[in-house]
Write a protein that binds this ligand. Sequence first.
Ligand code: AR6
Length: 184
Amino acid sequence: MPNPTHSDPGGRPDGRPRLTIVRGDITEQDADAVVNAANSSLLGGGGVDGAIHRKGGPDILAECRDLRASQYGKGLPTGRAVATTAGRLPARWVIHTVGPVWAKNEDRSELLASCYRESLRVAGELGARTVAFPAVSTGVYGWPLEDGARIAVETVREAETAVEEVRFVLFDERAYAAFAQHVG
Ligand code: AR6
């Protein structure tokens, strides 16, 4: 019988990514791909999006404009993800995903889960082995942190992907604590 550790050099016999959490800045992550909490215009904004474009430089925005012109004239739909190169960031790619805006009277959890699933799908297509995620939708888009952390971890944990490591990069202690409840 083949030894499973030989057929799975990444050490993932169950086909699930390893989950880690760190406190830090997504723009400083040494990962193959970093995920951007973008908006559907793909033209930048505040929070993670602003930081990525500021530190990554103009090439990222130029690629986003090309994507708009070629495929997403009406905007990238919520829950979807698309990749560009990463400009001056240490990563190779930026995967832009559009989280849902929190709505008190409507359950949009599936759209938030879709951001994580779709980002991992795109990462897998690119051949990325390590992917760093921010806590999508929990800033400007108002998603309650504890719930956002639960959805993020559950979704990634259930994902079948060739990605070997998923790193959640949390900007502050509160976000780190919310994710720590689910990872570990
Ligand atoms: N590294 C890691 N996490 C960060 C960083 C950083 N550099 N900066 C902020 N966070 P947000 P959203 C945390 O607002 O809620 C933009 O304008 C932050 O504390 O970046 O999905 C876009 O253009 C929060 O926990 O994304 C959209 O219009 C989390 O990252 C809109 O904001 C997400 O906060 C998207 O809103």
